[in-house]
Design a protein around this ligand. Structure first.
Ligand SMILES: [Zn+2]
Length: 222
């Protein structure tokens, strides 16, 4: 992770809509206000992790800022030597609209899950970067934070569907009620449903203090 993963792309040659990842274009990663004359450094690990977050969260990613030229970084009040000036950081949010975006805390948990080195929570966006080691912070302020849910973001898992028994497959079957000597006491109507036979005799016998044994469609009363 880091400088070795950086690939330089020419915005002037490739155009803003050139796809770096399935849902990330070169234009989104280039420095704002750049005329494209200088190459844009793209950290492929950064881009891949953002794409992974986008896939996990299932919402469009909005990239406010990735690469900043040193000049642009200074103009937005960025920290000198910021990972943004090396193309290793992005300020992002996820959602169809800003108003219904994925909550910042949840986006940070997802960033944690995909293994970003640096994660910052800002009102309305998160900062992620591929620095070596771990750094977590919240702005405003410079508090070191622990991201809720660390170490993993777990996607909500849909409950297993209940097995459905189709009542249309139920069939009426005769159930022989036998005494233990083998004599037939009665034949009652049972229902075969989903491989099991249901007959009211078991309940009746057990309520009278008998034990019952089922073998196929026969019930032996003891
Ligand atoms: Zn940032």
């Amino acid at each position: 992770m880091g400088k070795a993963d950086i690939v330089f792309y020419s915005l002037a040659k490739l155009g803003a809509s050139y796809k770096i990842m399935a849902n990330i274009t070169l234009g989104e990663l280039a420095s704002k206000g750049s005329d494209g004359s200088e190459p844009t450094p793209v950290d492929m690990v950064l881009a891949a992790k953002i794409q992974q977050m986008r896939d996990l969260l299932g919402k469009p990613v909005h990239i406010n800022s990735v690469y900043r030229t040193v000049k642009h970084n200074a103009s937005v009040g960025g920290v000198a030597g910021s990972y943004h000036t090396q193309g290793m950081a992005a300020d992002i949010w996820f959602g169809d609209t800003f108003a219904d975006r994925i909550p910042d805390e949840e986006a940070a948990q997802c960033a944690e899950y995909v293994g970003f080195g640096g994660i910052g929570l800002y009102p309305g966006r998160i900062h992620v970067d591929t620095r070596p080691g771990r750094y977590r912070y919240r702005k405003p302020g410079k508090d070191y934070i622990t991201v809720a849910g660390f170490p993993g973001y777990a996607l909500p898992v849909a409950p297993e569907p209940e097995p459905v028994v189709d009542p249309a497959t139920a069939e009426s079957v005769p159930v022989e009620l036998l005494c233990r000597c083998g004599g037939l006491i009665a034949t009652v109507e049972g229902i075969r449903l989903d491989g099991s036979i249901y007959a009211p005799v078991r309940q009746l016998c057990e309520s009278l203090g008998h034990t019952v044994e089922w073998t196929g469609d026969k019930v032996i009363v003891k």
